[in-house]
Design a protein around this ligand. Structure first.
Ligand SMILES: Nc1ncnc2c1ncn2[C@@H]1O[C@H](COP(=O)(O)OP(=O)(O)OP(=O)(O)O)[C@@H](O)[C@H]1O
Ligand SMILES: Nc1ncnc2c1ncn2[C@@H]1O[C@H](COP(=O)(O)OP(=O)(O)OP(=O)(O)O)[C@@H](O)[C@H]1O
Ligand SMILES: [Mg+2]
Ligand SMILES: [Mg+2]
Lengths: 256, 256
């Protein structure tokens, strides 16, 4: 039975996609069959792992809205044991198109239920908002992983996100729990970066991952080659950060 | 007659709020009466300039949705000649609440029409999406300023943004034009950063601002003190970048 982990934070540019691609790829390399689902209309996870979102193909829009079988949209990536359910720019209209549709928050849930037997882990990348698509991600998830940038504004939005998670736990998905909080783009030389890290650790305690992803230019170069960091530059600081994060993620599975 | 400049880019974390606060503050310092309108439910521009978004006060939600007179919501900031129309977390529900409401794309337009005689420049900060709130920003605007981060994913979303701007020009706001494209978080030491800069300049030509905002930690520290960079550390690289950007913005007004 596969586990569904949704990666979300409505603050923009905090490393959701970078974490979705690199955590799923590094977990896959350890030979766990892994699926990455991209539900962001920007389709950055799709392009960052090497697939042009403008190319015609069966995608998440067809699966969520037209009822296409998910297996028809799933593509193997060049990373062993990692598959992708790609996004499309056309998803941007979904939020408005579906207003009033019965069960529109459970569309992704219905999809992942058909996939749990085929993958050990299913990661979901979300857009920077708390709208219908992110809500689908939270309703479909077993746990939610929250990337938090080591920046001032990153703290501001956490309250809103936790409220939304709480609302989903009360109603649409009572089993939802927090997988953890992963600090991203940390720069040990900056006072602000270390202050935010301390504040997050105090606030989230054991839920805050001890692994911290440091700022590393190789992580921002990798998507321009369509590769996860482990395939682009396995020796880089960025690859080591996500290897540590994958190890911690896997060890937290057996403990829980 | 005041000019309305909307600052937008649906890619998250590219420097929309940092540009909205610091460009408006630096233009205000030159003694142009300036208003900053925050239509992002994250309310980062509101908190970044020193006002707690959780505090009860008249805000953009009341003005847009309850029909409160905009002057009742406008507050003076500590920066001379700079006022703020604050946002609120409650705005997050607006997109769903207003579906089907006649003229919901023109709510902000109706507001700015009442303010044009009081301010020389009105800047609008948008959320990271192409939803109803950003659409309001584009319909209300004379011009749109596009911050672009010097990163790979930043290029990906520009096509979608230009399509949306084009759609608005065809229909709801034929006078809309592009104010310019401002490169942000540039790091001259990084090959990727310089590559993106060259690509943007080639693509946008004269519309690309010659001023480039370099990455500078003082810019990310300033919001934690609730101050624009010009008030937090006027001697910093970040302050000089935005002073250059303000000079270029003002010189482009007389030329156009
Ligand atoms: N640890 C890191 N070191 C250096 N650059 C990074 C790191 N993590 C992410 N980046 C870069 O920062 C930018 C933002 O990251 P990313 O796009 O993953 O964030 P996001 O939260 O998915 O953004 P959005 O809110 O638009 O979906 C990207 O250009 C990415 O390449
Ligand atoms: N030139 C810069 N140098 C260093 N840090 C910067 C710079 N510009 C912005 N930042 C920091 O980068 C982060 C993202 O910037 P900002 O919040 O302004 O982007 P945004 O586009 O408004 O994000 P969102 O999509 O969430 O609205 C913030 O923490 C900000 O302080
Ligand atoms: Mg993303
Ligand atoms: Mg912002």
């Amino acid at each position: 039975m596969g586990k569904v982990i949704t990666i979300t934070n409505q603050k923009g540019g905090v490393g959701k996609t970078t974490t979705a691609i690199n955590l799923s790829a590094t977990v896959a390399i350890a030979e766990f069959p892994t699926l990455l689902i991209d539900i962001d209309p920007q389709a950055n996870a799709t392009s960052g792992i090497g697939f042009d979102p403008r190319q015609e193909r069966i995608n998440i829009y067809d699966v969520l809205i037209n009822g296409t079988a998910p297996h028809e949209a799933i593509i193997k990536t060049e990373t062993p044991f990692l598959s992708l359910l790609p996004s499309t720019i056309n998803l941007v209209g979904a939020e408005v198109e579906l207003v009033g549709t019965e069960g529109r928050e459970r569309m992704l849930l219905n999809v992942v239920e058909k996939l749990r037997n085929d993958f050990k882990f299913i990661f979901v990348d979300c857009p920077p908002s708390l709208g219908l698509l992110t809500l689908n991600g939270l309703v479909a998830a077993d746990t939610v992983l929250i990337p938090v940038q080591c920046e001032y504004y990153a703290l501001e939005g956490l309250g809103q996100l936790l409220n939304t998670i709480n609302m989903v736990q009360q109603g649409l998905n009572p089993k939802l729990s927090i997988e953890g909080v992963l600090m991203t783009m940390h720069d040990g030389r900056l006072k602000l970066s270390n202050q935010i890290l301390t504040e997050i650790r105090n606030y989230f305690g054991e839920k805050a991952y001890s692994t911290v992803i440091s700022r590393n230019v190789r992580l921002s170069e990798a998507p321009s080659y369509g590769k996860p960091i482990i395939m682009y530059d396995a020796g880089s600081t960025g690859a080591r950060s996500y290897m540590d994060a994958a190890k911690e993620f896997l060890s937290r599975q057996t403990n829980s």
